[in-house]
Structures are given as structure tokens and as C-alpha cells.
Design a protein around this ligand. Structure first.
Ligand SMILES: Nc1ncnc2c1ncn2[C@@H]1O[C@H](COP(=O)(O)OP(=O)(O)OP(=O)(O)O)[C@@H](O)[C@H]1O
Length: 248
């Protein structure tokens, strides 16, 4: 993931495949047979032939029906998943808000997790100390600082994740559906924070099924259908096409 000139993200011919059934045993015969075939038995392309570039400061909304590869694309951009084909190049670090438990350790306390996650994303000890109270206040977890992460409710986990990730100085923010778990008041707070980050020139990569959120934050849309990128256009056009494809 080296730094390209000028672009925030460059994705070229990206493809990743998964096994449909992890428990499915592969017989010796099947293994020899699949060695000769291009696609091993039981595998499928979760994403294929995906290419696009993102300029710094752009806000991209990713749309598509369930299971089409949107979250997989975010994981590839975050670098937590490696492609089987093609490549992703990212200019600068990413602040990933992509999985409820991503990066947090169940047995460590809220306090320890904040230090750990912020540290892993390059925040210095002083930086963490400076921002710690603000992170806890944003997450509204003042009374849970010594609670093991695994004992937080799902909504609290999302609050903590957003509070930490939105304090990182990484130039690219990746946001998956996780925000949907938060309650209405907390979501409103997150949205205001995302507005601030966009005003600050950050690049946003946003997966959502919520049209209003997509229209609020994103100028450009990527439409993933049948595991391929079928449209890369202004967000309103992408939403219109998506709705037309899925009408009734
Ligand atoms: N680690 C994995 N191993 C096997 N299959 C996986 C894995 N991760 C995702 N998949 C499969 O890859 C496909 C794409 O999943 P992905 O989560 O990217 O979809 P999505 O478009 O984000 O869906 P949704 O809107 O439901 O969140 C799905 O068929 C899913 O079951």
C-alpha cells in the first residue's frame, strides 16, 4: 500500500474470493482437480474487476444489495483483507470504522482499549492523554472506563469505536453500517462529527443502505452489483439507478 501521487485511493482490477462453506472438506481428488482449474471448488468471487480512484477530500458512498461485496471493499481499502487479484493503493493512513469489534480486545478495559487502538493508529502517548477525556465524553462512557470491553452493550461498543476512530488524524475515514446500531441522539452526534471531518478535508468512504445519509455526506457513489462495480457517478444518479433496479 504505497503512496500514489495525488490520489487518496487507487483501486485497480481488484478481486477477492472466499470459500462458500468453511466446513466443507475438500477431498484429495477435489484438491488435485482444483489445482488444474482456475477457481478452486467451493470458492466464489466476492468482488471482481473493481477499479476506481478517489481524490483527497472526496466523499464516496458505496451502495448495493446485501452480500454484494461492499464491506469487503472497505476491508480491502482498510488493508485488513488482502486481494487475490489487483491492488489497492492508499495515500496516508485510514481510520476504519468498519466492524463492531474491530481492533478492540474483549478482556481489556475501555481505558486500556482507547490507549491501545489510538496507539496502533500512530497517536502518541501525549496525544492519547490529551484526547482521552474527550473520547470518553463523546462515547458517553464516563462510568465504564474500567469495564472490560466485552461487557459493553453493542451500542456502547459502537460509541467507543466512533469516539476513538473519529479522533484519529488519518486522512481517510472508512465508515460501514455500524452507525445504524447507535441510538438516534448518538447518530446525530456522529453525523455532526463526520461533517466536521469532511470540512477539515478528510476523505470519506461510506457504506450505507440509508439514502438520506448517503445524500447528506456523499457527492459520488459506487454501485456494487453481483460483486462488480457497475456504476461510478454522482450519488443521486447512483441512488436512482439502484432504486430503479430494485423497484418492487
Ligand atoms: N471472511 C469471509 N469468508 C467467506 N465469505 C465471506 C467472508 N466475508 C464476506 N463473505 C461473503 O462475501 C460476500 C460479500 O460480503 P459483504 O459483507 O462484502 O457484503 P455487503 O455488500 O457488505 O453486504 P451487506 O449489505 O449485507 O452488509 C457475501 O456473500 C458474504 O457472505
Amino acid at each position: 500500500m504505497d503512496a500514489p501521487q495525488g490520489n487518496a485511493i487507487e483501486v485497480t482490477g481488484l478481486g477477492v474470493r472466499f470459500r462458500r462453506n468453511r466446513r466443507g472438506r475438500r477431498s484429495i481428488k477435489a484438491m488435485f482437480a482444483s489445482a488444474r482449474r482456475r477457481m478452486p471448488q467451493g470458492e466464489f468471487w466476492a468482488l471482481r474487476d473493481v477499479s476506481f480512484t478517489v481524490r483527497p477530500g472526496e466523499s464516496i458512498g458505496v451502495v448495493g444489495r446485501n452480500g454484494q461485496g461492499k464491506s469487503t471493499l472497505l476491508k480491502l481499502v482498510a488493508g485488513v483483507l488482502l486481494p487475490d487479484e489487483g491492488r489497492v493503493r492508499v495515500n496516508g493512513g485510514v481510520a476504519p470504522l468498519i466492524e463492531l469489534t474491530g481492533g478492540f480486545v474483549g478482556d481489556l478495559t475501555v481505558r486500556e482499549n482507547v490507549r491501545l487502538t489510538a496507539g496502533l493508529h500512530g497517536m502518541t502517548r501525549e496525544g492519547v492523554a490529551e484526547r482521552y477525556d474527550e473520547i470518553i465524553a463523546f462515547a458517553e462512557l464516563e462510568d465504564f472506563q474500567e469495564t472490560p470491553y466485552k461487557h459493553l452493550s453493542n451500542g456502547m461498543k459502537v460509541r467507543l469505536a466512533f469516539a476513538v476512530v473519529s479522533q484519529l488524524e488519518e486522512p481517510i475515514l472508512l465508515v460501514d453500517e455500524v452507525l445504524a446500531v447507535g441510538d438516534k441522539a448518538f447518530r446525530a452526534k456522529c453525523y455532526r462529527r463526520i461533517d466536521e471531518l469532511l470540512a477539515d478535508g478528510r476523505t470519506l468512504f461510506f457504506v450505507s443502505h440509508n439514502e438520506r445519509d448517503l445524500q447528506r455526506f456523499c457527492t459520488r457513489g459506487l454501485y456494487i452489483r453481483e460483486h462488480r462495480l457497475v456504476m461510478d457517478a454522482p450519488i443521486d444518479d447512483v441512488i436512482a439507478q439502484y432504486n430503479a433496479d430494485n423497484a418492487a
